[in-house]
Design a protein around this ligand. Structure first.
Ligand code: ADP
Ligand code: MG
Ligand code: ZN
Length: 515
């Protein structure tokens, strides 16, 4: 009797245990899922977790700093501006190439104003589960408002704020849409609740962003963070070289001169790489050669051990000599270094660096650039009477520049300016007719042909110098700017017109010489 009672009792409870057991399992599972999916990417980082970036640390982007200074001041003393009836800035969009210092600037604003800094990446708001990203945005803004005055930094905002149309049809677009809408709601929410929170976002381009984000009251302040100019580069180099001992021969002013187009991140990297090279060589200070090597690794690649045949070495030497000589003859910027040591994917290379930062180029300058690009191939033809596949990347660049001259700059007219009126012919536009496409091809081929003719004429007229460069390069492998200048000085260079060598004038001069 008792036994059966117990039995019945136990029997009756089995399903309950089962359900409880299942519930516990389910609970643990959900917890685990929640923590792995939700916590793999941290929601945001508060600046107090990391070392602050100071206003003085950011160099070479003075225009952007000027524009951000009043944001920082407003954050520091909001009442002063409110008393004047000034509307608080809401969202600032920093745009520019990667590595120019956008993240740094955002952090510096927070440090300068002495407020909290919350950083998150746009991509962390686009999650697998619909609604999660939006919830994250809500939490981020709530936390920031809680700290009173704060900077919220959203890196790679394109991930959430890209054109809605461009996301058309992809699976995650519902989630993205929700995240974007939430972001808009939060930005607009400042209106009712003007806490002192400023949102700074970063993007590589401003064109790809949804217009809704750029409307007044949202990211209505757009600040370009451009690669630094020469003085800017020097300032960045000096800032990053502070705790790096430099040898006496390393002149940062000279480094700034020859690093046109490089961003702060690239300069910082090069200095670091240079220090590593010096360290591995057992030196106590970074020399000019160490940093030059670091810069070359960054721009061309590391040295490669390639075994070339004697003939191949000769071809490479003449090819590079052709580039260098053409550059000396028609470009404002002389060759800086010539090397027949393989680096990265190249068997040899000639590097040059602009004397000045320039923001536009004339037709003659662009054409001169094409002449230099074709100098390698022209030398092969001139000396070997044959052409080689090594010139393929030069030719790809030639094609690109010539096409750009025709389609973007309206420079597809004949040299004597008798041709059709200069118009830019967009080829990416679907409405362009086949006939126009053909014209573009013809016009860019005419430019390339003209440049090729000039390169051949230049090398033929200066064959003695070409032989000298190639011979010396085979002997020494790498020629510095000084060594190249020595060679140039040994020869009476023909067709050397004014520093900016006009293409038309050049050909005339070589013809004169021959007659
Ligand atoms: P971005 O956000 O524009 O991609 P970052 O701010 O992340 O660039 O910069 C990356 C690194 O490069 C910085 O940590 C810093 O070491 C260096 N750097 C970039 N720009 C500058 C600059 N303007 N001044 C000083 N250092 C810079
Ligand atoms: Mg960044
Ligand atoms: Zn080449």
């Amino acid at each position: 009797m008792l036994a059966t009672e117990i039995q019945e009792f136990a029997f009756a409870w089995y399903p309950v245990f089962g359900v409880v057991f299942m519930a516990v399992l389910l609970f643990i599972f959900v917890k685990l899922l929640g923590s792995t999916v939700g916590k793999t990417k941290p929601e945001y980082v508060k600046a107090s977790d990391t070392a602050p970036v100071l206003w003085e640390d950011v160099q070479g982007v003075d225009a952007a700093k000027d524009e951000l200074m009043d944001v920082a001041e407003w954050l520091r003393e909001p009442d002063r501006f409110a008393a004047l009836g000034a509307q608080p800035p809401r969202g600032v969009l920093l745009y520019g190439p990667p590595g120019t210092g956008k993240t740094m600037l955002a952090r510096a604003v927070a440090a300068q104003a002495g407020v909290d800094f919350f950083a998150a990446s746009g991509s962390s708001f686009v999650e697998m589960f619909v609604g999660r990203g939006a919830a994250r945005i809500r939490r981020l803004f709530k936390e920031a408002r809680k700290s009173g005055r704060a900077v919220i930094f959203i890196d790679e905002i394109d991930a959430v704020g890209g054109h809605r149309s461009s996301s058309g049809g992809d699976g995650g677009s519902g989630e993205r849409e929700q995240a974007l809408n939430q972001l808009l709601v939060e930005l607009d929410g400042f209106e009712k609740d003007p806490g002192t929170v400023i949102v700074i976002a970063a993007s590589n381009t401003v064109h790809k962003l949804d217009e809704a984000l750029l409307r007044p009251g949202r990211f209505d302040r757009q600040v370009l963070v451009a690669p630094p100019d020469r003085d800017g580069r020097e300032a960045i180099l000096r800032a990053h070289a502070k705790r790096k001992p430099l040898a006496a021969d390393l002149d940062l002013t000279d480094v700034a001169r020859k690093t046109t187009g490089m961003t702060g991140a690239q300069l910082a990297n090069a200095l670091n790489e240079g220090a590593i090279i010096a360290g591995r060589a057992g030196r106590f200070a970074m020399t000019r050669d160490d940093l030059d090597e670091a810069l070359l690794r960054q721009s061309v690649g590391s040295q490669q051990a390639r075994r070339l045949s004697t003939k191949e070495r000769l071809i490479v030497a003449y090819h590079e000599a052709g580039h260098a000589l053409c550059r000396k003859l028609v470009c404002a910027d002389p060759p800086e270094i010539l090397s027949v040591v393989a680096r990265g994917g190249a068997l040899g290379f000639v590097a040059h660096s602009p004397q000045e930062d320039s923001y536009m180029e004339s037709r003659d300058e662009l054409l001169a650039e094409v002449v230099c690009l074709l100098g390698g191939r022209a030398a092969e033809e001139e000396v070997m009477g044959e052409s080689y596949s090594g010139a393929s990347s030069d030719l790809a660049r030639v094609h690109k520049v010539c096409k750009q001259m025709v389609t973007e700059f309206g420079m597809g007219v004949a040299l004597d300016h008798d041709g059709p009126p200069p118009i830019a012919m967009p080829t990416e536009d679907y409405s362009v007719s086949d006939a126009t496409r053909r014209e573009v091809d013809l016009a860019s081929m005419t430019l390339a042909r003209e440049a090729h003719r000039q390169a051949r004429a230049l090398l033929a007229a200066n064959r003695d110098c070409l032989d000298d460069i190639a011979g010396t390069a085979l002997e020494r492998e790498t020629l510095s700017r000084e060594e190249l200048d020595e060679i140039f000085a040994r020869h009476e260079l023909r067709a050397l017109v004014d520093s900016r060598g006009s293409g038309a004038a050049l050909v005339a001069m070589t013809r004169e010489k021959r007659e």
